[in-house]
Design a protein around this ligand. Structure first.
Ligand SMILES: *Cc1c(COP(=O)(O)O)cnc(C)c1O
Length: 465
């Protein structure tokens, strides 16, 4: 299996190389050079299906025994049977809970695996990586949890100051480990993501520090997320069983994994893109146009994003894998803050995608009504997925096809919103019960590339190797 860049001019890579590289040298993202076909029909056992799926994508890089061991270790830390429980909310409407990992958001599914993959590859090569990542709240803690205490990694995580919830911040900043460094940036998540991309695009800097990526620009994250789409179809019947997925969306990583599962043969007639009021993706899927706006803070901060980096992987497909066209379109988007794709391109996605956006009031009402109806307590991100699923159902499109709505965070991670809806919130799991008493460690920095770069150098132990 080979990987190619979405901008067409960086060299091809193996899976292991793409894992360690993160962003391609031409500024693009790595994708498989062709989509493999899912074979057989698994029983919906998470570990077995994870192996079958990821074996296709890692072929030629990882031997099967190693892959199996990394998968088994990654999902040991999930405190529920089956890793991702599938529960019925209503007739033909299901919720898949992806948040039973160590940091209570779906990011653990990919990052627990990524931690093990990095460790294996770096030990194998006797190398060291300096991980830099941006977080809208959940990637940071999941990445820190997966990378802490590992000798061959240093990890620096940028979060937008005062724009993540207190639980989210504390889950990052209370980890006391020699290789963990938190930075609060005076800016938005998009600013943090731009800083990270700029560090990667400075090739001299990047090679000197051996930068590694934990954001979903790293292909391995998307790969790990393909698994639960396959597991959902298997648990509802088989790979042939049509299933619609409703996906709370920010950076487009999660829902792109669903699209990748579809490209590998899963029968997904529609993917529902569910957004909060930062609805640039809803605009794109309903009008083929995107216009950058200010980021609006909402009750679902992990989706407060205007520039969704993984959309690039989808655009690459739309343009029949022509990297030059992708580059031109994205450069135009960055300079004009606005792009529209032609109607022949729009025709390629208008039937297989739908998009919805909801405001905070609708989210609060949804948390309250779902709790009354079924007793299920949703976090504000998962509520947006359920709102999109129910809106779609109300339109009576495909009424006989089951919809699986992805629940991306545990309600205790966003207690303020849940309390506003229900007057109470479920407690944090025991292992996090003293989170609010633990000391915090972080550095506050301005949104200034040079200052941030120097700080990352001071955190990296690369010279000691
Ligand atoms: C990251 C995140 C999202 C958005 O996922 P993307 O892959 O960025 O689209 C949604 N909900 C929660 C809780 C998250 O942490």
């Amino acid at each position: 299996m080979k990987y190619v860049s979405t901008r067409g001019s960086a060299p091809e890579k193996t899976f292991s190389e793409a894992l360690l590289t993160g962003l391609a040298d031409d500024g693009g993202l790595y994708v498989p050079d062709e989509w493999p076909s899912l074979k057989g029909s698994g029983s919906g056992d998470y570990l077995e299906t994870a192996f079958e799926v990821m074996n296709l994508f890692t072929a030629g890089s990882l031997n099967q025994v190693t892959l199996k061991k990394i998968i088994d270790e990654a999902y040991e830390s999930f405190d529920v049977q089956g890793v991702v429980p599938l529960i019925e909310l209503d007739e033909q409407l299901f919720l898949m809970e992806l948040f039973h990992g160590p940091t209570l958001a779906f990011k653990d599914i990919a990052l627990q695996l990524l931690g093990g993959l990095f460790d294996y590859e770096l030990n194998d090569r006797g190398e060291h990586l300096t991980i830099v990542g941006a977080t809208s709240g959940d990637t940071g803690s999941a990445a820190i949890e997966a990378c802490k205490d590992r000798e061959n990694l240093d990890i620096v995580i940028l979060h937008p100051s005062d724009r993540v919830s207190e639980v989210q911040r504390r889950q990052m900043t209370t980890v006391d480990s020699f290789n963990v460094h938190n930075v609060a940036i005076e800016g938005t998540f998009d600013d943090c993501q731009d800083l990270v991309k700029a560090m990667f695009n400075d090739l001299e800097y990047r090679n000197k520090l051996k930068l590694g990526a934990v954001n979903s620009i790293n292909w391995a994250r998307v790969m790990a997320q393909i698994v639960y789409y396959v597991v959902a179809a298997e648990r509802l019947g088989s790979h042939e069983q049509p299933v619609i997925f409703s996906v709370p969306t920010g950076n487009f990583g999660n829902v792109f994994a669903g699209h990748a599962a579809r490209n590998c043969g899963l029968n997904i007639p529609k993917l529902l893109v569910a957004s909060n009021k930062n609805d640039i993706l809803t605009q794109f899927f309903t009008s083929a146009q995107m216009k950058i706006d200010e980021v609006i803070p909402t009750l679902s901060p992990s989706m407060d994003i205007q520039i969704s980096s993984n959309l690039e992987r989808f655009i690459f497909e739309l343009f029949e894998r022509d990297g030059k066209k992708v580059k031109n379109l994205l450069e135009k988007f960055r300079t004009d803050g606005n792009v529209k794709v032609d109607s022949d391109i729009e025709a390629k996605f208008s039937n297989s995608w739908a998009a919805y956006s909801f405001d905070d009031e609708e989210v609060i009402k949804c948390i309250s009504s779902e709790s009354e109806r079924s007793g299920v307590i949703l976090d504000p991100h998962s509520a947006i997925g359920v709102l999109a699923a129910r809106s779609h159902r109300d339109k009576q499109i495909d009424p006989e096809i089951p919809i699986v709505s992805l629940a991306t965070a545990h309600p205790a991670k966003f207690p303020k919103a849940v309390e506003r809806a229900l007057g109470k919130c479920p407690p944090l799991p025991d292992r996090l019960a003293d989170l609010h008493e633990r000391p915090e460690f972080f550095t506050r920095l301005p949104n200034d590339l040079e200052i941030v770069k120097d700080h990352v150098i001071s955190c990296s132990r690369i010279d000691e190797k």
